[in-house]
Ligand binder design. Structure first.
Ligand SMILES: Cc1cc2nc3c(=O)[nH]c(=O)nc-3n(C[C@H](O)[C@H](O)[C@H](O)COP(=O)(O)OP(=O)(O)OC[C@H]3O[C@@H](n4cnc5c(N)ncnc54)[C@H](O)[C@@H]3O)c2cc1C
Length: 396
C-alpha cells in the first residue's frame, strides 16, 4: 500500500487551495474561522460558486454533474475545503438523497430532482429518526397508505436538521405493518409545502436552532413520491446510511480548529501570558495532533483499500469514532485557551447587538463546544460504531 500522493494529486491539492483563495467569499470564510453560524444564503451562495466550477457534487456520476475524480482526489478536495473554512455541502441532498435517487429512482425523479440538488435550488432534510426510533431505526412508526392517486403519510419525525430551511424531505414510512419490521418500510420524497406538515424548532444547549420536530398529519403525496419499490425502503436507507459515514472523520475540520487553536493560544489573556507558554497545554495540543495524524493515515488506508476492491470498509466506523472524539477534543482545548471567558453566553447567530464579554473572538467558543456534543451521536452513535467494529472487524 502506498500512502504517498502522486505528483498529479499534489498539483490537484494546490489547485483546490488556489480556487478557495480566489473564490470563497471573505465574509463566509471569516464566519467559518470564528465559529459563527452560517445563514441559508451563505450555503446557497457557496454551493452555486462550486456548481459553476463543476465541483458541487464531486462523487456523483458524471452524467448528473460529478467530476470523475478518484477517491483520493475526492478526499483531498474534502480536506482542503474543510481546512479552508468553506461551508460543508448540504449532506441531505448531496450525500444522502441524491445518490439514492440516481441509484434507485425513476428517470423522471432523476431529471426532476438531481439538477436542483447540484445548485441548491432544493434544500433537502432527512426524515428518518423518530421518538423511539434512532439507533433502532427499523422500529419507526410513521405510516403511509395508498388512497386513490395519493400516499397518505402520518407520523412524527425528530432531530430533523435544518428542516426550517428545507423545500423537500425524504421520509421513511411503514407501508406494511404486518411484515417483519425491516421489510415493511418505503422511501418517499415529500414537498415540505404539502398541507399537514408542521415544523417545530428544538432549542439546543448551544443556544442555536439547528434541529426540529416534523409532524406529518395525513400528508397527501402523489404516487410518484415513492422511490424504487414499495416495502424496499430499508435497502435504500442502508445504502444512504453507508454514504453518510463517508467523510465523517472530518479531518480537515479538526486541522482548521487546530490552526485556530494555535493562533488564539498565542494571544495574551487578561492577567496572564499566552496559553501556549504553558508546557502542559502544549503537551495537550501535541497529543491531539498526534491522534489527528494517525486518523489521517488511517483514512488514507481506508481510501486506498476502497481503491483496490471497491467495497465499503467497516473501518469507516473507526474513522467515525476517532474523528468525532478529536473534534470534541479540539473544541474543549479552544475553551481552555480563554478559561472563564469562554463561559459568558453569546449567540453564534448573526445580528446580535450585545457587546462581547471578554474578547471579541471568545463568544462562539462555548457554543461550538456544546454544539459538538452531537458528533458522537449522529451518523450512527459511537456505541453503535463500536458494535460494528466488534462484529465486522474483530469477529466477536
Ligand atoms: C444534532 C443531531 C442532528 C440530527 N439530525 C438528524 C436528521 O437530520 N435526521 C434524522 O433522521 N435524524 C437525525 N438525528 C438523529 C440521530 O440519527 C439519532 O440521534 C441517533 O441515531 C441516535 O438515536 P437516538 O437519539 O434515538 O438515541 P438512542 O438510539 O435512544 O440511543 C440512546 C443511547 O443508547 C445507546 N445505544 C442505543 N442502541 C445501542 C446498542 N445497540 N448498543 C450500544 N449502545 C446503544 C446510544 O449510543 C445512545 O448513547 C440527529 C441527531 C443529532 C444529535
Amino acid at each position: 500500500m502506498d500512502l504517498r500522493l502522486t505528483e498529479e494529486e499534489v498539483a490537484f491539492r494546490a489547485e483546490v487551495r488556489a480556487f478557495l483563495r480566489d473564490n470563497l467569499p471573505a465574509s463566509i470564510r471569516e464566519k467559518g474561522i470564528a465559529g459563527r453560524k452560517l445563514t441559508k444564503d451563505d450555503y446557497v451562495r457557496w454551493t452555486r460558486i462550486l456548481a459553476d466550477k463543476g465541483w458541487a457534487v464531486p462523487f456523483w456520476p458524471k452524467q448528473w454533474g460529478g467530476t470523475g475524480w478518484s477517491p483520493v482526489k475526492q478526499s483531498i478536495f474534502l480536506d482542503e475545503t474543510q481546512r479552508g473554512n468553506a461551508p460543508e455541502a448540504i449532506a441531505f441532498g448531496v450525500s444522502m438523497v441524491g445518490p439514492v435517487i440516481y441509484t434507485f429512482g425513476s428517470q423522471a425523479q432523476k431529471e426532476r430532482f438531481l439538477p436542483r440538488i447540484v445548485d441548491l435550488r432544493d434544500w433537502w432534510c432527512q426524515g428518518f429518526s423518530e421518538p423511539g426510533a434512532g439507533s433502532d431505526l427499523a422500529s419507526l412508526r410513521t405510516s403511509a397508505r395508498r388512497d386513490g392517486d395519493s400516499w397518505v403519510i402520518s407520523g412524527q419525525k425528530t432531530w430533523t436538521t435544518m428542516a426550517q430551511y428545507a423545500d423537500w424531505i425524504f421520509v421513511l414510512a411503514r407501508t406494511n405493518p404486518q411484515a417483519k419490521k425491516q421489510e415493511g418500510i418505503s422511501f418517499f420524497l415529500v414537498d415540505m409545502k404539502t398541507p399537514g406538515i408542521t415544523v417545530r424548532p428544538i432549542q439546543t444547549i448551544d443556544g442555536g436552532h439547528e434541529v426540529n420536530e416534523v409532524f406529518l398529519d395525513e400528508v397527501r403525496a402523489p404516487l410518484d413520491a415513492l422511490v424504487g419499490e414499495e416495502n424496499k425502503g430499508w435497502d435504500y436507507a442502508k445504502f444512504l446510511l453507508a454514504n453518510e459515514r463517508n467523510g465523517i472523520a472530518r479531518v480537515g475540520i479538526s486541522k482548521a480548529r487546530l490552526d485556530r487553536l494555535r493562533e488564539l493560544a498565542a494571544l495574551p489573556i487578561y492577567g496572564s501570558g499566552p496559553k501556549i507558554d504553558d508546557p502542559f497545554f502544549r503537551a495537550k495540543i501535541a497529543a491531539v495532533e498526534v491522534e489527528l495524524k494517525a486518523l489521517e493515515m488511517t483514512q488514507m488506508r481506508v481510501i486506498s483499500n476502497r481503491r483496490n476492491d471497491g467495497k465499503p470498509d467497516p473501518a469507516s466506523s473507526v474513522l467515525k469514532i476517532k474523528g468525532s472524539e478529536i473534534q470534541q477534543a479540539t473544541t474543549e482545548l479552544l475553551m481552555e485557551v480563554v478559561g472563564p471567558y469562554a463561559l459568558p453566553y453569546e449567540t453564534t447567530e448573526d445580528g446580535s447587538n450585545e457587546p462581547p464579554v471578554g474578547f471579541d473572538w471568545s463568544g462562539p467558543l462555548a457554543p461550538t463546544y456544546f454544539n459538538n456534543r452531537k458528533v458522537t451521536i449522529y451518523g450512527g452513535s459511537n456505541e453503535i460504531q463500536r458494535g460494528i467494529i466488534a462484529k465486522a472487524i474483530l469477529g466477536l
